[in-house]
Design a protein around this ligand. Structure first.
Ligand code: DX5
Ligand code: ZN
Length: 216
């Protein structure tokens, strides 16, 4: 089954963003993953509304926003208006998770939940029915180039087992190397955020890399 390949745009060359988006689109990107960080929920600041607008301008493919921000419910419209098709919120940063997921869907967009390595799936079991996508963090969010946390594999297995009762797709975010992509694809994961571990800063073209990753 074809896996969803989601380039992590925080890893892209922002000096040539139009070229990067165009090349990644042609290379077969399924969704442009835009990491939004507020320096409070995570110890970093990455992409902002203008960056999402810039990505949106150069592709008709899906644009997804990973909101690593406190109290995301107050800012959902910012990212919908910037062009997001899918918005991930963290249950660890939002008091009203089901209300916020329902709001995203009421605006005709896809709703996602991004789950930190420390968060047990049972914490979110009440809202999984509202999720179109689950973003399973396999690193502590905030920075590219970190090491994969193998303990998360058990959680992925639990979420895969629960999948038959819900409609969510499972996307893995963090240190997705070709080896990890091969292993977790075989387990049944639906897609991967591609950063420095597989896509950016490599010696091959985006086209060749994505072709190879699809074959794994
Ligand atoms: C992590 C980021 C991802 C990803 C980057 O906070 O959300 O974009 O880790 O990819 P890697 O980990 O492969 O550099
Ligand atoms: Zn992300």
């Amino acid at each position: 089954m074809a896996k969803l390949l989601c380039p992590s745009m925080m890893c892209a060359d922002f000096g040539n963003l139009k070229k990067e988006v165009t090349e990644l689109d042609l290379a077969g990107a399924d969704s442009f993953h835009c990491d939004v960080m507020d320096g409070s929920f995570v110890p970093n600041i990455a992409m902002g509304v203008m960056d999402i607008e810039a990505v949106r301008q150069h592709t008709n493919k899906m644009v997804d926003c990973h909101l690593m921000i406190e109290n995301p419910s107050s800012k959902i419209d910012w990212f919908i208006n910037a062009g997001a098709d899918l918005i991930y919120i963290h249950p660890e940063s939002e008091r009203y998770v089901s209300k916020t997921l329902a709001y995203i869907k009421s605006r005709g967009k896809l709703a996602g939940l991004a789950i930190n390595p420390d968060t047990n799936p049972l914490v979110v079991s009440e809202v999984l029915g509202l999720c179109d996508y689950l973003l399973v963090m396999t690193v502590n969010p905030g920075f590219a180039g970190q090491a994969f946390l193998p303990t998360v594999k058990e959680k992925i297995k639990v979420l895969l087992d629960m999948k038959e009762n819900y409609h969510y797709k499972i996307i893995i975010d963090g240190a997705c190397s070709p080896q990890i992509i091969a292993e977790l694809s075989k387990m049944g994961c639906d897609g991967f955020v591609l950063g420095t571990s597989a896509l950016f800063g490599q010696k091959k073209t985006y086209q060749d890399i994505m072709k190879e990753l699809q074959r794994l």
